[in-house]
Design a protein around this ligand. Structure first.
Ligand SMILES: [Zn+2]
Length: 126
């Protein structure tokens, strides 16, 4: 989750004013009132108790990247719910496609950590 992106203002500019500014302002207030650091600390604590691990991944382009061919484009996601790759034609539920990209990044981050442990170096998952 990118809290900064989630809580961006909807005001726009004088030349290009935004819409639903008051509603977005209220939503931003709710998002910013959450204690995100506390949430992640508690989540990590609970995961350790259950034998799991918390892996943070960079969410950039996870909703625009095709899981079949790796092509990245905003045009892959013209509709909110549907992902359709403009390069290979792969079509799926947009959330399902993004979840696969996140899972792949988490797996790669974990493999990088294990490889570094084998070599005797420590690295936090990115
Ligand atoms: Zn594709």
């Amino acid at each position: 989750l990118k809290v900064r992106n989630m809580s961006k203002s909807a005001k726009g500019s004088i030349a290009n004013p935004g819409t639903k500014v008051k509603a977005k302002s209220g939503l931003n207030r709710s998002i910013l009132n959450e204690a995100w650091h506390k949430f992640f600390t508690y989540l990590e604590y609970k995961l350790k108790l259950k034998g799991g691990i918390l892996i943070k991944v960079n969410p950039k382009h996870t909703s625009q990247t095709c899981i079949k061919c790796g092509h990245i484009s905003k045009d892959n996601r013209k509709e909110q719910e549907i992902f359709k790759c403009i390069k290979c034609g792969y079509k799926a539920n947009a959330d399902h496609n993004a979840a696969h990209n996140i899972l792949r990044r988490a797996g790669l981050a974990r493999m990088a950590c294990q490889a570094n442990l084998i070599r005797g170096r420590q690295q936090e998952p990115a």
